[in-house]
Design a protein around this ligand. Structure first.
Ligand SMILES: Nc1ncnc2c1ncn2[C@@H]1O[C@H](COP(=O)(O)OP(=O)(O)OP(=O)(O)O)[C@@H](O)[C@H]1O
Ligand SMILES: [Mg+2]
Length: 522
C-alpha cells in the first residue's frame, strides 16, 4: 500500500482545550488528539490558566496524535515536514528567562480584573477609551494584553523583581509555546507573530512593530517584548525533549486569524467562529478600516515576511459556547454540550425568554465591562428547554449585532455578495455541529450561513501557513479551497421578516438590561 509521505501538523492551543492535528498533502486530517485543561476562577470575573499545564497538554496531544496516525499506517515520523501553531489570543504571561518558570499564572483574555486600570487610563488620556485606536485599532479594554501586563507589573512582586533584573520575558501563548518548543532556557526563541501582536494594544498597525509612544505612555519596557514575525515563515526547529525534535515550526497565527486562512477568506469575505466566544472577522484587504460602530481594526494575516498585509474588521463576543458549558457545568441542565440541541428542540420557541450571557461584561459592539448576565421574560411556564433555546439564540443575536455593525462600517462596497445579492457568512468552530444553532443563525440574520465539511478550520489555517512556508502548498491552492471545500452545508433563513424584527427588538431590550450591574451586592 502506498501512502502519501508529506504531512503538516498543527497545534491549536484554545481557551478550553488543546489539539494537535496532522494533515496529509490534500489537507485531510489523518490523526488528531484533543485534551481539555483546567480553568481557574480565583475570584469573580477572574480567569487563569496554568502555563505549565498548557505545555503538558501540547506535549500529550502531539504524542497521542502521532501514535494514532502511526498505528493507522502513516509514516509520520519521516513525513512530517513542518508544524504550524495557533492559539487563544490576548492571554498574557511573564516568565523568567533564567529558570523558565512562569512568574504568575496566565491571565486569560476574558478576565476582567483590569477594569479599574482601564477606567484610570480612560480618565487620564486624551480621547479616553479611544486614545490608542488610531495606532493599534483597539479601544482600551480589559480584553487586551497590555492592561493585563500592567496589572502584573503593578501587583506581582516576582514580576517587578524579574523586570528590574532583566530576567522577565513577556508573551502571549504563542510566544510561551515557541520559546519552550525551541529550547526554553537553552536558547528558546522569543518571538510573536503579527496577528497575536496586534491584540496587545502595543503594536502599530501600520508599521507592524511595537509602538514606541504607546510603550512610553504605559511605562512598558521594550526589553521584555518578543520580536514580531510574519504568520508564515520558518521560525525555528523543535528542540530535544519534545516528541518531534528537529521539525520546523513554520507558521504562527492567533486562532481567529488562522480560522480566516482555514476558511480561505479573501477581501470582502467574513467568517464567524463559535468556540468559547464567537469571533467575526471581515477581510478588508490592504486597508485599515476604522470602525464607527464598535468593531476593532486588526491584522487579518501576513503570509510571509515579504507578503502583503491583510487587515480585518473584527467583532469579538466573549461568551458563546461558554454559556453552553455553564448550563452543563454550573447548572447541570445538560450532561454534555451536544445535548443542548435535543433539549432546545423540545420547544419551538423560547416562550418569550431572552438570555444575555454578559458574564464578564460585553465586548463588541457594546464594550461594557459593567454589564452582567440577565435572563428576562421568565414565567411559571418557562422550562429548561426554553432556557436552552434562549442560550442558543443569545449566541446568534450577538453575532447578528456584530454583523450589523460590520455592514454599516464596511458598507456596500466592502463586502462580497453572491450572484443573488446575498452576503454569505462562513462559520466554523466546535459549536457549529449544532444544526439548530446554525438554522437560528440564518433566521436571525435573514441571510445564508455556510458550514464547511471540516469545522476545525483554526487548526487547518495554521497548517496552511506552515505548509506554505516550506513549499508543501502554494497560496493559490489555499485560497482556491473556498471553492473546493467538500460539500459545505448551507442553512437558509425561513423565519418571517416580521417575527424576526420583533425578536430583534426584544433582544435589544434584554441587552440594555445588562448594563451597570457589575456592582450588585452579594
Ligand atoms: N452541540 C453543541 N451545541 C452548542 N455548543 C456546543 C456544542 N458542542 C460544543 N459546543 C461548545 O463549543 C465550544 C467548543 O468549541 P471549540 O472546540 O471550537 O472551542 P475551543 O477551541 O476549546 O475554544 P476556543 O477556540 O474559543 O479557545 C464549547 O464552549 C462548547 O460548549
Ligand atoms: Mg478554538
Amino acid at each position: 500500500m502506498s501512502r502519501e509521505e508529506v504531512f503538516i501538523g498543527a497545534i491549536d492551543q484554545g481557551t478550553t482545550s488543546t489539539r494537535f492535528i496532522i494533515y496529509d498533502k490534500s489537507a485531510k486530517p489523518i490523526g488528531s488528539h484533543q485534551a481539555e485543561f483546567t480553568q481557574f476562577y480565583p475570584e469573580a470575573g477572574w480567569v487563569e490558566h496554568d502555563p505549565m499545564e498548557i505545555l503538558e497538554s501540547v506535549r500529550l496531544c502531539i504524542a497521542k496524535a502521532l501514535d494514532k496516525a502511526t498505528a493507522d499506517g502513516y509514516n509520520v515520523d519521516s513525513g512530517l515536514k513542518a508544524i504550524g501553531l495557533t492559539n487563544q489570543r490576548e492571554t498574557t504571561l511573564l516568565w523568567s528567562k533564567s529558570t523558565g518558570c512562569p512568574l504568575y499564572p496566565a491571565i486569560v483574555w476574558m478576565d476582567a480584573r483590569t477594569s479599574s486600570i482601564c477606567r484610570k487610563l480612560e480618565k487620564e488620556l486624551p480621547g479616553g477609551r479611544t486614545h490608542f485606536v488610531e495606532t493599534c485599532g483597539l479601544p482600551i479594554s480589559t480584553y487586551f494584553s497590555a492592561v493585563k501586563l500592567l496589572w502584573l507589573m503593578e501587583n506581582v512582586d516576582a514580576v517587578q523583581a524579574a523586570v528590574k533584573k532583566g530576567d522577565a520575558l513577556f508573551g502571549t501563548i504563542d510566544t510561551w509555546l515557541i520559546w519552550n518548543l525551541t529550547g526554553g532556557i537553552n536558547g528558546g526563541l522569543h518571538v510573536t507573530d503579527v496577528s497575536n501582536a496586534s491584540r496587545t494594544m502595543l503594536m502599530n498597525l501600520k508599521t507592524l512593530d511595537w509602538d514606541k509612544t504607546t510603550l512610553e505612555t504605559l511605562g512598558i519596557p521594550a526589553e521584555i517584548l518578543p520580536k514580531i514575525i510574519s504568520n508564515s515563515e520558518v521560525i525555528g526547529k523543535i528542540g530535544q525533549g519534545w516528541p518531534i525534535p528537529g521539525v520546523p515550526i513554520a507558521g504562527c497565527l492567533g486562532d481567529q486569524h488562522a480560522a480566516m486562512v482555514g476558511q480561505a477568506c479573501r477581501k470582502g469575505e467574513a467568517k464567524s467562529t463559535y468556540g468559547t466566544g464567537a469571533f467575526i472577522l471581515l477581510n478588508t484587504g490592504d486597508e485599515i478600516v476604522q470602525s464607527n460602530h464598535g468593531l476593532l481594526s486588526t491584522l487579518a494575516f501576513k503570509l510571509g515576511p515579504k507578503a502583503p498585509t491583510n487587515y480585518a474588521l473584527e467583532g469579538s463576543i466573549a461568551i458563546a459556547g461558554a454559556a453552553v458549558q455553564w448550563l452543563r457545568d454550573s447548572l447541570g441542565i445538560i450532561n454534555s454540550a451536544g445535548e443542548i440541541e435535543s433539549l432546545a428542540l423540545q420547544v419551538d420557541s423560547t416562550g418569550g425568554v431572552y438570555f444575555v450571557p454578559a458574564f464578564n461584561g460585553l465586548f463588541a459592539p457594546w464594550w461594557r465591562d459593567d454589564a452582567r448576565g440577565v435572563c428576562i421574560g421568565i414565567t411559571r411556564f418557562t422550562s429548561k428547554a426554553h432556557i436552552a433555546r434562549a442560550v442558543l439564540e443569545s449566541m446568534c443575536f450577538q453575532v447578528k449585532d456584530v454583523l450589523d455593525s460590520m455592514h454599516k462600517d464596511a458598507g456596500e462596497k466592502g463586502e462580497v455578495k453572491n450572484e443573488k445579492g446575498e452576503f454569505l457568512l462562513r462559520v466554523d468552530g466546535g459549536a457549529t455541529v449544532n444544526n439548530l444553532l446554525m438554522q437560528i443563525q440564518a433566521d436571525l440574520l435573514g441571510s445564508p450561513v455556510v458550514r464547511p465539511a471540516d469545522i476545525e478550520t483554526t487548526a487547518l489555517g495554521a497548517a496552511y501557513a506552515a505548509g506554505l512556508a516550506v513549499g508543501v502548498w502554494k497560496e493559490d491552492e489555499i485560497f482556491a479551497s473556498g471553492e473546493k471545500v467538500e460539500t459545505p452545508t448551507i442553512f437558509r433563513p425561513i423565519l418571517g421578516e416580521e417575527l424576526r424584527k420583533k425578536k430583534v427588538d426584544s433582544w435589544c431590550k434584554a441587552v440594555t438590561r445588562t448594563f451597570d450591574l457589575a456592582d450588585l451586592s452579594i
